[in-house]
Design a protein around this ligand. Structure first.
Ligand SMILES: NC(=O)c1ccc[n+]([C@@H]2O[C@H](COP(=O)([O-])OP(=O)(O)OC[C@H]3O[C@@H](n4cnc5c(N)ncnc54)[C@H](OP(=O)(O)O)[C@@H]3O)[C@@H](O)[C@H]2O)c1
Length: 339
């Protein structure tokens, strides 16, 4: 089978090579999926730049989410069968014609579900569901700030917060994205390139505080966000995309220092909290929680409550362009690559 290997860290044009390799064999609790398309995630860009510590050494096959048909079921797999059309989480190995996935994170999907929507549900929507329902526990009328609101996870968080009847503030970096945020229902879209987001939010909320902030950037935006929280407020930190500009140890330390220093007594006296989420860690210890999130988002999409947006569909021959597009920060919603 063919698989797109990451062979060199750096620009996308020279990073990937299609190689022929053996089809993987599923273990008893796994399935083998014939991949129709795979999704891109921001973590893939970090891995390509050599900035993702959790990625295997090169040459390697990236990829967290796939859509396709089950080719082989492991002997312990009972709820699925060969030929089922599914979306699945893969822990790497998704950029291939066949990929294996653990049975808990493989979901049967309707025949007519577009591939981009299917993979958005597997990663970005499941992540957003876990962040908003389990960790932040959004409540009606919560004032919620969503950073990178035009991105894959940001789009999903916005739809979930609106479904919970929250008041949504969303940040992004261009007028095109501001327009997209409005169509996705964000009540207060903020372009942080034009105005400091902290000052812009403060102007709107006055002396009151925000209830929830979702932060995938890390560093100084977390520090600034923490100051905007009111009593009972919580900031959910789930990414460090601001680290993608630097490969030096000093650059990384600078971003880490920019988060600020906190003491639990401070959380106690101010009644504010900070939460970190890593879905891979969660999947390792509690695959049933990831599976529960996946099941919920598929159900909510079937009901028309969630509407994943596909911001780019590329053939495998244009994998490099798809990666550049995600890296360029111009993408909105999910990017998908088909075989
Ligand atoms: N913790 C977890 O388990 C988990 C799971 C899934 C995703 N994530 C994280 O969630 C974030 C969103 O992932 P996604 O796949 O949906 O990507 P995405 O949001 O579609 O793309 C990333 C967006 O982040 C914004 N951004 C802000 N600062 C940036 C920077 N310094 N460099 C690049 N982009 C920056 C950009 O939007 P603007 O320019 O408009 O700000 C960009 O379009 C990523 O940080 C990812 O690592 C974490």
């Amino acid at each position: 089978m063919r698989a797109a290997h990451l062979v060199k860290y750096g620009p996308s044009a020279t990073a990937f090579e299609i190689r022929d390799i053996e089809k993987p064999k599923p273990a008893p609790d796994q399935v083998l999926i014939q991949v129709e398309a795979f999704g891109l995630n921001f973590a893939d860009v970090m891995a390509r730049l050599g900035l993702y510590k959790g990625a295997p050494p090169i040459p390697t096959v990236l990829g967290y989410d796939v859509v396709g048909r089950i080719a082989v079921c492991g002997e312990n797999v009972e709820h699925l069968q060969e030929g089922d059309r599914v979306t699945a989480l893969t822990r790497f190995g998704g950029y291939a014609e066949y990929a294996v996935a653990e049975k808990e994170v493989v979901y049967k999907i309707p025949e007519n579900l577009p591939p981009g929507v299917a993979v958005a549900l597997a990663t970005q929507y499941s992540t957003a569901y876990f962040l908003s329902h389990h960790m932040a526990n959004l409540q009606e009328n919560d004032k919620v700030l969503i950073h990178a609101a035009a991105g894959g996870v940001g789009t999903a968080l916005t739809q979930m917060a609106l479904h919970k009847k929250c008041i949504v503030f969303g940040t992004c970096s261009s007028p095109e994205k501001i327009a997209y945020l409005r169509t996705n229902g964000v009540q207060y879209p903020l372009n942080y390139k034009q105005n400091d987001f902290g000052e812009a939010v403060r102007k709107i909320i006055g002396k009151s505080g925000l209830d929830v902030i979702f932060d995938p950037m890390g560093g100084k935006s977390v520090k600034k966000g923490y100051r905007l929280l009111g009593a009972g407020g919580r900031i959910v930190s789930y990414g460090v995309s601001s680290m993608n500009k630097t490969n030096s140890i000093f650059g990384k330390l600078r971003v880490l220092a920019q988060f600020g220093v906190y003491h639990p007594v401070q959380f106690l006296s101010q009644s504010k909290g900070m939460i970190g989420v890593n879905m891979l860690k969660l999947a390792e210890e509690h695959p049933e929680k990831v599976a529960g999130a996946m099941k919920s988002v598929i159900h909510l999409t079937e009901q028309g409550i969630l509407e994943p947006h596909v911001g780019g569909e590329y053939p495998i021959t244009e994998l490099a362009q798809a990666h550049s597009f995600l890296e360029s920060r111009k993408s909105m919603g999910k990017i998908v690559v088909g075989w």
